[in-house]
Write a protein that binds this ligand. Sequence first.
Ligand code: MN
Length: 157
Amino acid sequence: MKNIMIALIGMVFFTACHPKIATKPVKTALFSEGNQVRNGNFTGEVWLNMLMPADTTYNSHIGSVSFKPGARTNWHYHPGGQILLVTEGKGWYQEQGKKVQVIQKGDIIKCLPNVHHWHGASATDRMTHLAIGTNINKGTVVWLSKVTDEEYQYVGE
Ligand code: MN
């Protein structure tokens, strides 16, 4: 009986000292979404937080770009190249003449200079990536045609 009482007291004490943690939803986004992009270079809802504007010391710029489901860039290329670091969600990336790649949190994508491509969210998931423009003295981006709904729907998985 004494042993049971000790066990019970021990349980109460243990429980009291170990409350459950984190019942609130955790905000996981690495950076805030910034401002909504409202120009003709994208389809759907896209947000941009320019973390480091064009910098001549580092010869690069860095932005966090957030795509809501279905949102994507137009076709484009970077004369100086670009590196994408996916920080949230799941999306699609395609280089001209190649199959679409599924990209997700933790992936690193190297967009070689002058290779035509597009990137964005998948049809059902949002996706955020850091976009690092490299060698920006050679030019940052040249925009091409829209990724049509037909091209985007063709993606599948
Ligand atoms: Mn790009």
